[in-house]
Design a protein around this ligand. Structure first.
Ligand code: ADP
Length: 319
């Protein structure tokens, strides 16, 4: 999109957390804020990455127990809260299932039913032992965790805090297509964030006009493989051990809380439209959502109905 701004922003593209990221800050201290944001991303990536053996999370998974640093502890406690809130749809213990499907190393395969059944025995955050006094997490037998479902939303939230610290009033970060916007555009207009078409991610199906919030999408189209004519994507339903097949092709969450937005985009995708709408009715003060069904139909929660525009007609989910 074309932006009318009075001054050139500082913008930096980096690759981290397995994805392309763009950090943009306008105005005074933009350079310093972007430098600090890049350092923060690198710091959190080194802590949380399951791809590097010496990250805190990899060492936890290898040892079965660990006393966690402040950020990891915060993420674990948020993950457990979202797990409970969503009836288990979001669950950081799906990691061994992600491995079995080959999503962690791109050695894609469809695991046998018996393999899935065996892994499901060890899936479930209720098998984790979390001591929030000492920040010690102890995994159950056969368990491994991955905070990847909320790490990017947490990271973008940290960047918004850094923007505040550096006095940046206008800025945004894109983490692999997930957006988090700070303030308004420099000219005072709202930011315009596109919602991707799950059928063709080059296209958008609509635009959200927002300020100060994360706009985070989970879709089956983001990472998947095909075998014998069937598509298998990377969002696992913790109750079946298989890619979620709830009738939704994407879920976009809008929330001031990046961690929540990231976790709920995955959880509501697993839950499906009816349960997602019900969940929203109980938590309408915390977030809003755009749901796109497998047939392409769009539903938007009431709180952002006015902020969403589309060439296509859409249903409004009301309280
Ligand atoms: P990405 O943009 O990296 O694909 P997503 O937020 O869409 O990230 O979700 C993928 C991440 O979520 C992976 O790190 C995966 O391990 C994790 N994941 C997949 N299914 C679930 C689930 N049901 N609960 C929690 N995390 C999940």
């Amino acid at each position: 999109s074309v932006q009318t701004n009075t001054e050139e922003p500082v913008s930096r593209e980096i690759f981290a957390m397995d994805t392309y990221m763009i950090i943009t800050a306008y105005g005074e201290n933009g350079q310093e804020a972007v430098d600090a944001a890049e350092q923060e991303i690198d710091r959190l990536d080194a802590l949380l990455s399951t791809g590097s053996a010496d990250s805190e999370i990899s060492r936890l998974n290898a040892a079965g127990t660990a006393q966690l640093s402040e950020d990891s502890a915060e993420l674990v406690s948020r993950a457990l809260e979202i797990n409970r809130g969503t009836g288990g749809a979001f669950d950081i213990t799906v990691y061994p299932l992600m491995q079995a499907w080959g999503f962690t190393d791109e050695a894609y395969q469809v695991p046998s039913d018996s393999t899935i059944a065996a892994l499901l025995e060890h899936t479930g955050s209720d098998q984790l032992d979390w001591d929030d006094d000492s920040n010690t997490l102890t995994l159950g037998d056969g368990q491994a965790v991955d905070l990847g479902g909320i790490a990017k939303g947490y990271t973008s939230g940290r960047i918004m805090e850094l923007f505040d610290e550096y006095g940046v009033q206008s800025g945004l970060v894109s983490l692999g297509g997930n957006m988090h916007v700070h303030g308004t555009k420099p000219d005072g207009d709202k930011w315009r964030v596109g919602v991707q078409d799950p059928e063709n991610s080059e296209n958008i199906v609509g635009v959200l006009e927002v300020t100060d919030c994360a706009v985070i999408t989970s879709g089956g189209y983001e990472r998947y493989f095909e075998q014998n004519g069937t598509t298998y994507h990377h969002i696992i339903d913790p109750s079946t051990g298989k890619p979620a097949d709830s009738g939704l092709s994407s879920v976009t969450i809008v929330s001031a809380d990046g961690t929540l937005a990231d976790g709920l985009s995955t959880a509501l995708f697993v839950m499906g439209a009816d349960k997602a709408a019900e969940y929203w009715r109980q938590h309408a003060d915390e977030f809003d959502a755009v749901l796109i069904a497998d047939d392409g139909s769009i539903s938007v929660t009431e709180g952002i109905a006015d902020a969403f525009s589309s060439d296509q007609s859409f249903e409004i989910i009301s309280r």
